[in-house]
Ligand binder design. Structure first.
Ligand SMILES: Cc1cc2nc3c(=O)[nH]c(=O)nc-3n(C[C@H](O)[C@H](O)[C@H](O)COP(=O)(O)OP(=O)(O)OC[C@H]3O[C@@H](n4cnc5c(N)ncnc54)[C@H](O)[C@@H]3O)c2cc1C
Ligand code: SF4
Length: 506
């Protein structure tokens, strides 16, 4: 059953075998496996249950419903905007459906440096095969690459740079282009479509508009969860709910999970909880083309440039480049300037192609709770990451010129408009700072990293907390480092891995 907490009696109490906090890829997977194994499962989710029919394709309506702080969650210095989803299905509701395995070289690095013996590359490969079947992952056919993606392909071809088509978890996609606002056609094989019906069929309960605020522990064991019932986009407290449970799986995302653990005072002698957050911070660059690009038509991301990405630890090629389509409101807020300058650029909306260079980052960000419902993120890119992001501006500009852009727009606050390819080299001099350029991030991860040694890490290679019995983690927090690519496939995979371990632990 899916209950809306706004219709529950305030001050209530529930009892279950397992409480799962958060319904994104990490939480929904564990909840489904546990319910199917016969456990009584309650999932708490602060967002709403939004059906495909309720996805209105309007930015002003969907962004507040689908994203935390309507998409305006910022790091403490306002340098990076972090997009994170809420609602039953978490960020899988509005994400862009790219599916990619983590490079085995990185998986092997994790296994040997973090003591993750059970997570061999063979174990990961088996999990990936299972998840790809679960989500019906397929390669996007070339016939579905829109002009926006063809521009990136053309830029790569002209420069002789490595690139290729991407895989996704869509079935029956009409190419409407509205993925970031949720799919009105139910073509996304996301957590809400693939897992939630199974969870409900197996007797699981989801309570929406319920935000966990504290874990209850006693005698080294988890005993339950305190939650606040919330309403509205700027959530108002409307009641409280207590869950009694001998097992709790925290899956509140790589920001929400450490914030909850820290607010609850959960033991972590190594002090890693909330202190190793990675974000994949990104810069965008736009190219203005003579003929219309109409980037809003078709599947948003189908082609990648991997020329500047090498996930071998220590590599200085750490940039992943893909097209970045924005709906009009998103683009208008991203473009600097005012009045006629801004209006002139927006007037070229149909002719713009936008590339994003996303960084496989090494900066360790810090997550902390902020009051009972909030959290704060302190993320200040280290010098090497700032240099790499400036290189990213250069690479994107070069690709756009190579594909035929007549001018390239770099959205630094002192707007730069390049009209000649020779100008791109100067972009490496751009100082990446909160007062020069806005960064964006859609892949928070690594904030409660797995590790075999309880002196250093909070959770083991099965997502089981080293120091509190009955407590589990399953979400993007578990990655020991950045992964340099789209994370959802690996989060679902870890969800299967953690879920099975939880069930087996009895
Ligand atoms: C615009 C955008 C595009 C993306 N595109 C892709 C893509 O193409 N491919 C890809 O692999 N990844 C993509 N991602 C990232 C991907 O969606 C996430 O990495 C993934 O969904 C994370 O899964 P998760 O389970 O860790 O957390 P989430 O999906 O964030 O789920 C966490 C859930 O926990 C809930 N929650 C938070 N706090 C609490 C609390 N205190 N109590 C109860 N519940 C709580 C949240 O509301 C949320 O529903 C994209 C992300 C964005 C923002
Ligand atoms: S492009 Fe496909 S998956 Fe995206 S919203 Fe449209 S129909 Fe849905």
């Amino acid at each position: 059953m899916i209950h809306d907490a706004r219709s529950l009696r305030p001050g209530g109490r529930l009892r279950c075998d397992l409480c799962v906090i958060g319904s994104g890829p990490g939480g929904a997977t564990v909840a489904t496996l546990a319910a199917e194994a016969g456990l009584k499962v309650v999932v708490l989710e602060p967002g709403a249950f939004i059906t495909p029919g309720q996805m209105t394709q309007r930015e002003e309506q969907m962004l507040p419903r689908l994203l935390w702080q309507a998409g305006a969650r910022m790091t403490r210095d306002h340098g990076t905007r972090i997009h994170q989803g809420k609602g039953v299905g978490g960020s899988s509701l509005h994400n862009l459906n790219l599916c990619k395995r983590i490079d085995p070289v990185l998986l092997e690095h994790w296994r040997t440096t973090r003591g993750l013996e059970p997570l061999t590359t063979a174990a990961w490969a088996a999990l990936y095969t299972e998840v790809e079947a679960l989500l019906s992952v397929s390669t996007v056919p070339e016939s579905a690459w829109n002009r926006h993606n063809q521009i990136l392909r053309d830029g790569c071809a002209a420069l002789g740079w490595r690139g290729g088509g991407l895989a996704h978890n869509r079935t029956g996609c009409l190419g409407s282009g509205f993925c970031e606002l949720g799919c009105a056609f139910d073509a996304k094989n996301n957590a809400a479509k693939v897992l939630v019906p199974r969870l409900v069929r197996a007797g699981g309960t989801i309570v929406t508009h319920a935000q966990a605020v504290r874990l209850v522990t006693a005698g080294g064991r988890v005993r339950g969860v305190e939650a606040v019932l919330v309403d509205g986009d700027d959530p108002q407290r409307i009641g409280r709910l207590e869950i009694e449970a001998p097992r709790v799986c925290v899956s509140a995302s790589a920001t929400g999970t450490p914030a909850l653990l820290l607010r609850s005072g959960v033991l972590d002698p190594g002090g890693e909880t909330g202190r190793r957050l990675r974000l994949h911070p990104a810069v965008v660059v736009a190219g203005d083309f003579d003929t219309p690009v109409r980037a809003w038509e078709g599947i948003p991301q189908t082609y990648e440039c991997s020329e500047h990405l090498d996930l071998t630890p220590g590599s200085d090629r750490r940039l992943w480049i893909v097209p970045a389509f924005g709906h009009p409101m998103g683009v208008a807020t991203m473009l600097p300037g005012h009045g006629p300058v801004h209006a002139e650029l927006m007037g070229r909306f149909a002719h713009m192609a936008v590339l994003v260079a996303m960084l496989h980052d090494e900066t360790a960000g810090v997550v902390e709770p902020d009051g009972e419902l909030g959290l704060s993120v302190d993320y200040r890119p280290i010098a090497a990451d700032r240099r790499a992001l400036a290189e990213g501006l250069k690479h994107c500009a070069r690709l756009l010129f190579a594909a035929g852009a007549r001018r390239v727009v770099v959205p630094t606050y002192d707007l730069r408009i390049l009209t000649r390819p020779e100008e791109v080299d100067g972009l490496v001099e751009v100082a990446i700072r909160p007062d020069t350029i806005s960064l964006s991030a859609v892949h928070p991860m690594g904030s409660v990293p797995m590790g075999g040694d309880p002196r250093h890490s909070a959770v083991d290679a099965f997502g089981r907390h080293h120091h509190v019995a009955g407590l589990w983690i399953s979400d993007g927090s578990l990655f020991p480092t950045s992964i340099g690519g789209p994370p959802q496939l690996s989060i679902y995979a870890l969800g299967l891995h953690v879920g099975r371990a939880l069930v087996a632990a009895g």
